[in-house]
Write a new protein. Structure first.
Length: 132
């Protein structure tokens, strides 16, 4: 009587997974983990660096208009401030190709001299940080 040969019970090579750490896997981890931390941090830093000049340029664009309006503010004998804005000046202040312009001029007490009075209730008075 012949005995059949014992079958090989080891899995074939294509189904085996090598669990030993390879150099390729180790190097990949050493590169991916720091990059996963570095990329979001640098994106945030570059965003903050780009935001400040962009906002400053918007503020500087308003300088000429603010200085022109400042010359139109007059003080009467009682010390009250007035700003007379003609319809032509109002139209010129609101003229913009792309945006709808809203503005308000306030006296030191926060009373509206001219412009959109609804804006005076937003945000509160400017702080020292607002004026650099």
């Amino acid at each position: 009587m012949t005995v059949p040969a014992a079958s090989d019970t080891r899995p074939t090579r294509r189904f085996m997974v090598d669990t030993r750490p390879s150099i390729r896997r180790t190097l990949l981890l050493w590169l991916v983990v720091p990059l996963a931390l570095l990329v979001p941090c640098t994106a945030f830093v570059f965003y903050r660096l780009a935001l400040a000049p962009a906002l400053d340029s918007l503020d500087h664009a308003l300088d000429g208009t603010a200085l022109a309006l400042e010359r139109l503010v007059q003080q009467d004998d009682n010390g009250a401030l007035t700003l007379v804005v003609s319809s032509q000046l109002e139209s010129a202040l609101r003229a913009d190709r792309f945006d709808e312009v809203h503005w308000v001029a306030l006296d030191p007490a926060g009373q509206v001299l001219a412009g959109d009075g609804e804006l005076s209730t937003l945000g509160g008075p400017p702080s020292a940080i607002d004026w650099r």
